[in-house]
Design a protein around this ligand. Sequence first.
Ligand code: AMP
Length: 171
Amino acid sequence: MNPLKSYIRDVPNFPKEGIQFKDITSLLESPEGVALCLEVLLSQLKTTKVDKVVAIEARGFFFGILLAHALKVPFVPVRKPGKLPRKVVAQSYDLEYGSDVLEIHEHAIQEGDRVLIHDDVLATGGTSQAVCKMVESAGGQIVQCNFIMKINFLEGAKKIDSYPVFAAVSY
Ligand code: AMP
């Protein structure tokens, strides 16, 4: 078994009936688990030049900032509407349980930036697809979308199959 799986808890019927929520707070509580997860994510970036890490609110921020720090590149947050203080670019998207809008600061991505996109979970792929669109409209080049985990039966990878996709854990 993938050793990272022991740090991830399944919470049935959260946040609503029928959703099997993948809880990473138990991973975050373990310094060994965090180190292992970061090492696995970084192992897939050894030959990839990254200029910026873009991570998705809120659970994408945990490893997003660690990745940016380890790679010594800027961290760019993608947030829910109304949270970013400067002028933003918005993109609507669908997710496993509902739909929403995401925002990124205008000019946070420059033409030609090589961007790593990170989130905790790849489910239906709607969220990551929206972020890929935002980054590409700003002129960024997506070098990888990486995740702590992907939920295979939801086939999210299909929505972002024009980019390299890596998940440290697959369900
Ligand atoms: P999606 O757009 O369907 O790929 O959903 C991805 C986003 O929703 C990520 O930001 C996750 O944090 C969250 N998410 C979706 N499904 C789950 C799940 N089963 N457990 C935990 N988070 C999830």
